[in-house]
Design a protein around this ligand. Structure first.
Ligand SMILES: [Zn+2]
Ligand SMILES: [Zn+2]
Ligand SMILES: [Zn+2]
Length: 182
């Protein structure tokens, strides 16, 4: 093999790697449904091992590509994916890209106990064994701290310390407590 052939192979490989990285740079989080209001439904169309490998290729190719490599690494890990605007103003909703330990988990800034300060529906699922708990994705009703659906759940605390949480609660004492909240 002459050195001329080597050069040829090298530049062909270089071109191919550039093409690969350019195509891969377009990878992003995409919603599976039209509105993408389900966290689990946001995904990157590449496996996490593929994204990890792409980060390696970008780094090996040029140290100038560290930012791109970092992006691949970030996309390879589970992220919070909390929608930062419930009524997106564009086709590409703004998502929280904080990395999280496990798929489907919110980041510490987006757990249900932060809902009030974020102006979101504050309803906590009493039976949820999953911690940390995500925030309800419905908009709070006008002037209320919960969405239309969750406003119906009775908030009275029963004698055993549990929250009633019955959407059709008719216990008179509970109804009184609810009314005094308004
Ligand atoms: Zn978040
Ligand atoms: Zn709600
Ligand atoms: Zn009740």
């Amino acid at each position: 093999m002459t050195s001329g052939t080597d050069d040829h192979v090298e530049s062909a490989l270089e071109g191919a790697v550039e093409e690969l990285l350019m195509a891969a740079a377009k990878l992003r989080l995409e919603p599976g449904y039209v509105n993408g209001h389900v966290y689990q439904d946001w995904h990157v169309r590449a496996s996490s091992s593929m994204l990890h490998a792409l980060a390696g290729v970008a780094r090996a190719y040029s140290s100038d590509l560290e930012r791109l490599a970092g992006r691949f690494e970030r996309l390879s890990k589970p992220i919070c994916a909390e929608l930062l605007e419930l009524k997106p103003t564009s086709d590409t909703p703004v998502l929280c890209v904080e990395p999280v330990e496990q798929e489907g988990e919110p980041c510490p800034a987006h757990t249900v106990d932060r809902a009030a300060e974020l102006g979101r529906c504050t309803y906590p699922e009493p039976s949820a064994s999953r911690k940390p708990q995500r925030i309800c994705t419905s908009e709070p009703a006008p002037g209320a701290d919960r969405c239309e659906q969750h406003l119906r759940y009775c908030r009275a605390v029963k004698l055993n310390g549990e929250i009633c949480n019955n959407p059709f609660c008719s216990v008179p004492k509970h109804r009184k407590m609810e009314q005094s909240r308004r």
